[in-house]
Ligand binder design. Structure first.
Ligand SMILES: *Cc1c(COP(=O)(O)O)cnc(C)c1O
Length: 414
């Protein structure tokens, strides 16, 4: 990979993370652009045949072909690595491509993965079914039960995979405890940091070895592109991920990298503003008579509230969920709970009914019939995803408009 030093990087004193979020990038081109250039090119012209030969052989740095090196993509990688506090980063075409890259780069047939059963649904399918086809073994454990994680570890365990907080119930696991457990077993801890982003949580400081990102969410922050990344030691990229990327090509397009690069400049202030609104909304919902329960790490009622506050810069994040009344708690059943949840969702006029999150536009969704719709009712019950559950990923609209939007449906529930 081309290593070009930027002004931000060569400063005599270490810069603050918020400065790096705006400044870290490859050096400017000869035109002196202030906003980083978008190098929308598939390949790079070599000055002569001998230089080309040296670059292809890895004896000289220089850009060759955008499947494995592109200056815009490198800028995004360097900026994200600076934010996460890791040595390096490798960008991928989506969040799932990042997890695939991790699996293909670090695992072989006969290796074992321990993973939380509450992680993103496609992650479970990828690790259990797709990697299972190639002889990778996996065990899924309860997110917050450290004894289950410990008991699942085998001599061939290579990776512990966690995501915190989870979607949609915002369950929080103890990154430091899992990192210690992984290292004692000679395994790596990978953390999907999608919900908090490095603005609120830096898993590497708690001992995690790899940080996984869906750049599609808060890193872009405006719901425009798919992107992904792994933040990890340089050695892991050089030995495992870069050779894989060169052969397999789950590369991030320069255009999408540029969008994420610009998104990172506003990440911290977006996360703070959206989390503050989420806390206000969660507090308000908890007092609403038509709301049975609210799931949000920033609330004292959250089972892992203290851990979340310690681990997430005192912040709950921008995603919350709540159960509307009408379910078992009020003598109803799943059908009534679902009718009520649909009524609240359909009464919104501002929020977008869509399963994406991490956008400046607030999104609202019914997990039981969308993201978790492929589970059986029994599996859903076990996962705690009831028919009355609604997830809201809070954006940047005015809080009063968001409250009115939810009040419209809630106030009319039976
Ligand atoms: C969306 C998401 C992913 C997958 O990311 P894509 O960019 O959609 O491939 C992985 N993990 C979490 C927690 C997510 O929310």
């Amino acid at each position: 990979m081309a290593k070009t030093s930027s002004k931000a990087n060569s400063n005599t004193h270490p810069l603050h993370i918020n400065t790096l979020a705006v400044r870290e990038a490859v050096e400017r081109s000869q035109y002196g652009e202030n906003s980083e250039a978008l190098y929308l090119t598939s390949s790079f012209v070599q000055p002569d045949a001998a230089t080309a030969a040296r670059r292809f052989a890895g004896e000289e740095e220089g850009y060759i072909y955008s499947r494995f090196t592109n200056p815009t993509v490198v800028s995004m990688e360097r900026r994200l690595a600076a934010l996460e506090g890791t040595e390096a980063c490798i960008a991928t075409s989506s969040g799932m491509a990042a997890i695939l890259t991790m699996c293909l780069g670090l695992l072989k047939a006969g290796d074992h993965v321990v993973c939380s059963q509450s992680v993103f649904g496609s992650t479970i399918k990828l690790i259990a079914s797709e990697m299972g086809k190639f002889g990778v073994q996996s065990t899924f454990v309860a997110q917050t039960d450290l004894a289950q994680w410990q008991n699942a570890i085998r001599p061939n365990t290579k990776i512990l995979f966690a995501e915190t907080p989870t979607n949609p119930l915002t369950e929080v696991c103890d990154i430091k405890a899992l990192a210690d457990m992984a290292h004692k077993a000679g395994a790596w801890l990978a953390v999907d940091n999608c919900f908090c982003s490095p603005a609120l949580q830096r898993p590497v400081e708690l001992g995690a070895d790899l940080i996984i990102h869906s750049g599609t969410k808060y890193l872009d922050g405006q719901g425009r592109v798919l992107a992904g990344a792994i933040c990890c030691p340089q050695k892991m990229i050089d030995e495992s991920f870069m050779p894989l990327m060169r052969s397999a090509g789950m590369s991030l397009s320069p255009f999408n990298a540029w969008v994420v690069l610009k998104g990172l400049e506003t990440l911290a202030i977006r996360m703070q503003a959206q989390s503050a609104s989420a806390l206000d909304l969660a507090t308000w919902l908890e007092q609403h008579p038509k709301v049975a329960r609210v799931y949000y790490p920033g609330l004292v009622s959250h089972p892992q509230h203290e851990l979340a506050m310690r681990q997430q810069s005192g912040c709950g994040g921008a995603v919350l969920s709540f159960d509307v009344v009408g379910g078992a708690e009020s003598g109803g059943g799943p059908a009534q709970a679902r009718t009520n949840a649909f009524a609240v969702i359909d009464a919104t006029q501002v929020m977008s009914i869509t399963a994406n999150l991490g956008d400046t536009k607030t999104t609202i969704t019914h997990p039981a019939s969308t993201s978790h719709g492929r589970l059986t009712e029994v599996q859903r019950q076990a996962a705690g995803i009831g028919q009355g559950l609604i997830r809201v990923a809070v954006g940047l609209e005015h809080l009063d408009d968001l409250k009115s939007d939810l009040r419209r449906g809630l106030d009319t529930l039976p």
